[in-house]
Design a protein around this ligand. Structure first.
Ligand code: NIG
Ligand code: FE
Length: 411
C-alpha cells in the first residue's frame, strides 16, 4: 500500500541521517521542507521531496495537504495511562487548600489509586485505559511509554503491565512499559519499607522479567517515598534482569536521585522541577535524557522544570505528558508543547524537538520514531490550515490537528 501526501505547506523534522538525541543549541534547529510531498509504503516512510521535483506515481491513495503542516507524531515517553477511576475528589480537596503531599499523607494519592486498581478487573482496566489511549492517539501521540505503579502488589502490578501489553497488540501505536513497583510504600509495609523492597526484588522483578512485561525499571525517588539508597538497591537488582532505569526524580526535593540514575545508566531522569547545579553536572557527559513534565507543574501548581537552564547548559531535553490520575490527568501533548513554550521559555523549535526525536530517545525508539526519515514508522500529524508551526504552541488549548497517520494509515 502506497500513500502520498501532497502540497504540504511545510514538512517538519526532515532528517535523512537523524541523530539519536538533540542537545543544547542544536535544539533550536528544526529542519523542514516547504511545498513538499511525503510517501508512505505500508507502515514506513519511503521518501519525501518538494512538489517542484517529480512526485511519486502509482500510489494507492493521495491526500492533499494544501495549507497544512505535517510533522512526526508525538513521542510521549512518560505516562501512567493504565489506571482505574479518577482522583477528582483530591482535585477538589486541593482547591480547598490541602497540598498534594498532605493528601498523600492521609492515605490518598498513589495509595488511593492503588486501592481502586486492585479492586478493578483486568477487563475493566483494559477498557478504561483503551479509551484514554484512543483519545491521545487522536491528539497526535504515536508512541507511548506506560508505567505500572498503581498495583503495589505482585498480582496488581502484573495486571497493569498485561493491560499495557494488550493495548500495544490492539492498537497501531508503539508501547514501551516500565515497572514502577516502587511508586509508594503500601500501608501494610509502612513500618517496614525494606520488606516491601524485598518483595519487589525477590518476587515482582523475577515474574515481570520472566513474563517479559517491562522494558524499564522506574522508582519514585523522593522524600516520603523511596530514598537514594533504596533507589540504588532497586536499580542494581533490576540490572540483573536487564532492565534499564527511567526514574522519577527531583519532583519536590533534590536528594541525589539524578546522580544515582546516571550512575546506573538511566535512559532518562524525569520531573526535575527542582534542579541543583550538582544535578546538571551529573547529567553532563552522560547519555541520560532529562525529561520535563509541564502538565504536572500546571495541574499541581508546582515549579516548572528549568528547561531553559538545561538546554543552555548544552544538555538535551525531552517533553512528556505524565498522564496520570493524580498529578496530570491529561495526555494531551499539544498542551505540553504549549506549556513548555509559555512557561519554560522553550522556542517552538526546541519544544518540537523535545516532543519528537528526544522523546523517542527517552523510550528507546530512536531508530523507528521521532523524525521524518525514510525507513522510520509512517507516523505523522497533519495540522489544520494554520499560518506556521509556531501557531501550534501559540494557540494553546485549540485542537489544530486535522488527521493523524499511524503505521501509514489514517486513524
Ligand atoms: O509522575 N510522582 C510520582 N508519580 C506520578 C503521580 C502519582 C500520582 O499522584 O498518582 C507523577 O507525578
Ligand atoms: Fe510520572
Amino acid at each position: 500500500m502506497k500513500v502520498l501526501l501532497t502540497n504540504i505547506e511545510e514538512l517538519l523534522q526532515t532528517r535523512d541521517d537523524p541523530p539519536a538525541q538533540i542537545r543544547g543549541m542544536a535544539m533550536a534547529q528544526l529542519p523542514s521542507l516547504r511545498n513538499a510531498w511525503l510517501l508512505f509504503e505500508n507502515d514506513k516512510i519511503a521518501a519525501y521531496g518538494t512538489m517542484n521535483s517529480a512526485t511519486p506515481s502509482n500510489v494507492d491513495k493521495t491526500h492533499d495537504c494544501s495549507g497544512r503542516i505535517v510533522l512526526p507524531s508525538w513521542c510521549d515517553s512518560h505516562t501512567h495511562l493504565v489506571y482505574a477511576g479518577n482522583r477528582e475528589q483530591e482535585f477538589i480537596d486541593r482547591i480547598n487548600g490541602l497540598s498534594y503531599q498532605e493528601i498523600a499523607q492521609k492515605g490518598g494519592g498513589i495509595l488511593n489509586s492503588a486501592k481502586k486498581l486492585q479492586a478493578t478487573s483486568e477487563a475493566d482496566l483494559y477498557e478504561q485505559s483503551a479509551r484514554r489511549l484512543e483519545e491521545v492517539m487522536q491528539l497526535g501521540t504515536g508512541a507511548i511509554e506506560i508505567k505500572s505503579g498503581y498495583g503495589l502488589t505482585t498480582e496488581a502490578e502484573v495486571k497493569m503491565l498485561k493491560v499495557a501489553k494488550k493495548l500495544e497488540q490492539a492498537y497501531p501505536i508503539q508501547v514501551r512499559t516500565s515497572f514502577l513497583g516502587a511508586h509508594a510504600v503500601p500501608q501494610e509495609f509502612k513500618n517496614n519499607k525494606q520488606a516491601y523492597l524485598d518483595l519487589i526484588i525477590n518476587e515482582m522483578l523475577p515474574i515481570i522479567s520472566t513474563e517479559g512485561l517491562a522494558h524499564y525499571i522506574d522508582v519514585f525517588c523522593e522524600e516520603g517515598y523511596f530514598s537514594v539508597d533504596d533507589t540504588h538497591q532497586l536499580l542494581a537488582a533490576a540490572a540483573q534482569y536487564g532492565l534499564v532505569p527511567k526514574i522519577h526524580v527531583n519532583q519536590f526535593n533534590a536528594i541525589g536521585g539524578v546522580a544515582a540514575g546516571v550512575e546506573h545508566g538511566a535512559l532518562s531522569v524525569d520531573h526535575l522541577e527542582v534542579l541543583t547545579n550538582a544535578d546538571l553536572e551529573a547529567l553532563q557527559n552522560s547519555n541520560t535524557m532529562p525529561v520535563a513534565l509541564p502538565g504536572c507543574s500546571f495541574f499541581l501548581g508546582i515549579p516548572y522544570t528549568p528547561g531553559r537552564r538545561i538546554i543552555d547548559a548544552g544538555l538535551p531535553l525531552a517533553l512528556a505528558s505524565d498522564y496520570n490520575p493524580g498529578s496530570s490527568p491529561s495526555g494531551n501533548m499539544n498542551f505540553v508543547l504549549a506549556a513548555a513554550c509559555i512557561k519554560m521559555q522553550l522556542t517552538p523549535e526546541e519544544a518540537i524537538n523535545a516532543a519528537t526525536i528526544n522523546g523517542a530517545y527517552a523510550m528507546g525508539l530512536s531508530d523507528s520514531h521521532g523524525s521524518i526519515t525514510p525507513g522510520k514508522k509512517a507516523n505523522v500529524i497533519v495540522t489544520k490550515e494554520i499560518p506556521s508551526y509556531g501557531y501550534l504552541p501559540y494557540a494553546f488549548g485549540n485542537n489544530l490537528i486535522d488527521k493523524v497517520f499511524l503505521d501509514g494509515e489514517q486513524i
